[in-house]
Every structure is written in structure tokens, then in C-alpha cells.
Ligand binder design. Structure first.
Ligand SMILES: [Zn+2]
Length: 175
């Protein structure tokens, strides 16, 4: 873990992420999972992965939703630390400041997507990763049923983490 933390600190310095990041957002360093299984393609045709337990829970949840006429589409699932770094690097290149970016995007090492437990869902009723997702059938269904499969909304409205509301972001946890 010490080697991992050092690697994250180096990436943060490279991107200009302040050392106060962890305290400001009340976020924890997330493990970068390596034991992953394929769960099929996202809406962009990219192959996505999750940890095995989350994968079977997702398969059962998807089937249940489908039986009730609700389609859950995936925007993204597992994301490596380097990928998170590259995304932020690209947005910096487009002219946004790092503090603007960090309001809507977790710093490398702090994204729940590193754990292979988080999934961003969308529906044909809205733009991917938009707050309008909360008005879709998919969101209403998830709100009622996701807990059966141990998926929970990570960043609800007015959360205490300092993270913007993300109705599309759900994570598997057995706790
Ligand atoms: Zn997410």
C-alpha cells in the first residue's frame, strides 16, 4: 500500500492536485483492483469489467430489471488509476482548471471505479452522466431494487463528501 500511495502522490503532483485534496473531499484512497471479470460492453462498445462478486450481483439485477421491462445500460465500470490520470490530463489540456475538474471528477487513486465495484448506469431516456437520470424509469427501479443486490448510490444529493450528486453512480458493497 505504501508503494501505491507514493505512486498516487507522484501522479497528483504531476496533475497539480493539492495535498489538501483528501481532507477537502473526505474521500479515501481506493484500492486498485486487479482480479476482474468481463461484464460485456458499455453503450460505447467498450468491454467493461468488475470484481467477480459485483459481476454476479449485476447479472442478477439486470435480469430482474429486464423482467420488469426496465433496461439498465452501462456507461463505465472498472477504471484503472492510469486511466483516471489520462482523463484528467486531457481535460486540463482543454483549458479547465484542476479545481474545476476535481469538483466533478475524483482524483486518481480516489475513484470508486478503481475498486471494480462501481458502475455508472444510464438509460435511453437521458444523456449519459446527467442529473436527468434521476427522472428515468431505470433510476426509479434502482432506487427500489438495487439494495437487494447490494448496489447502493454512492453520492446522493447533499452528501457529506463534498461530491456533486451522481444519480447514475452505484457501487456494490456487501456491508
Ligand atoms: Zn461513477
Amino acid at each position: 500500500m505504501l508503494g501505491y500511495k507514493k505512486r498516487i502522490i507522484l501522479i497528483h503532483h504531476e496533475l497539480g492536485i493539492p495535498d489538501s485534496y483528501e481532507n477537502k473531499y473526505a474521500l479515501k484512497l481506493q484500492k486498485e483492483e486487479t482480479k476482474l471479470v468481463e461484464i460485456g460492453n458499455d453503450i460505447y462498445g467498450r468491454l467493461q469489467r468488475l470484481i467477480p462478486l459485483a459481476t454476479s450481483a449485476w447479472a442478477e439485477m439486470k435480469e430482474h430489471a429486464q423482467k420488469e421491462g426496465v433496461t439498465l445500460n452501462i456507461v463505465s465500470a472498472f477504471r484503472a488509476v492510469d486511466k483516471q490520470r489520462n482523463i484528467i490530463y486531457m481535460i486540463l489540456g482543454s483549458g479547465q482548471t484542476i479545481s474545476e475538474i476535481l469538483k466533478v471528477c475524483a482524483a486518481p487513486g480516489y475513484s470508486e471505479h478503481h475498486t471494480g465495484r462501481a458502475v455508472d448506469f444510464t438509460s435511453t431516456e437521458c444523456e449519459p452522466l446527467s442529473e436527468e437520470f434521476e427522472n428515468t424509469e431505470a433510476f426509479i427501479w434502482l432506487n427500489e431494487n438495487a439494495k437487494i443486490y447490494s448496489f447502493r448510490l454512492s453520492y446522493p444529493k447533499n452528501n457529506l463528501l463534498g461530491i456533486a450528486y451522481e444519480p447514475w453512480h452505484w457501487a456494490y458493497s456487501q456491508a
